[in-house]
Design a protein around this ligand. Structure first.
Ligand code: AMP
Length: 215
């Protein structure tokens, strides 16, 4: 079972992808996390994409498609996983063309929130500097102030989570990523979920959709 999970910044797709991947034995493939790991490890690719990400722009389709395909090849030979949850991919029409050529997709799940809510949520989002776990100072606080629950490392605000870049990323989301909904609808895989609900409620709705796919 391969799932696309998308929504604007702060919609909670990373959190839901984490929960759902565990529940349904899916590999959580986040292109954003993959790129941040390249930056953290100071690889040649990391050096190339750092300024693009911090400016809130999209990394080129070729780079992203290569990352996804090489990860997918490794995952598909691992019997621990029953499929993949693509988090934050595809984000452009070209990426969607690539997806159709290489993967069978069972559902595309949109976690819908309005822009105003997205901007509010992002201002209080924090991320662990070591494991990348997301927190929110409003409703998903760490147990110890400023430190990750998993590894006790410092939690910080992402460089691309400042108001200027967030607005830019939202504009890109509306012009390039959200229009893919038309494509998903055409082939009957689109499910829209109200993201203005608690994490548990959104998770229940997402779980019901995935369970119905297995029948
Ligand atoms: P995210 O963690 O999903 O918010 O992604 C963080 C940043 O990584 C984005 O703002 C883009 O710069 C880059 N990125 C992540 N996924 C993609 C993608 N599918 N296509 C292009 N750029 C991406």
């Amino acid at each position: 079972m391969n799932i696309l999970l998308f929504g604007p910044q702060g919609s909670g797709k990373g959190t839901q992808a984490e929960l759902i991947s565990k529940k349904f034995n899916l590999y959580h493939l986040s292109t954003g996390d993959a790129l941040r790991s390249e930056i953290k490890n100071d690889t040649a690719l990391g050096k190339k994409v750092k300024s693009i990400i911090n400016a809130g722009s999209l990394v080129s389709d070729d780079v992203i498609n290569d990352i996804v395909l090489s990860k997918y090849k490794i995952i598909s030979s691992d019997t621990n996983y029953k499929g993949v949850i693509f988090d934050g991919y595809p984000r452009s029409y070209e990426q969607w063309v690539f997806v159709q050529k290489h993967f069978k997709i069972d559902a595309a799940l949109e976690i819908h929130i309005e822009d105003e809510e997205s901007i509010n949520r992002i201002s209080s989002r924090r991320m662990c500097t070591t494991c990348g776990k997301n927190y929110n100072l409003m409703w998903l606080k760490p147990k110890v102030d400023g430190h990750c629950d998993i590894d006790n490392a410092k939690i910080i605000q992402r460089e691309d989570d400042n108001p200027i870049e967030v607005k830019k990323r939202l504009a890109i989301y509306h012009s390039q990523t959200a229009p893919l909904k038309i494509e998903y609808k055409k082939i009957g895989i689109l499910h829209v979920i109200n993201g203005n609900q608690s994490i548990d409620t959104v998770n229940d709705v997402v779980s019901k959709v995935l369970t119905s796919l297995k029948k």
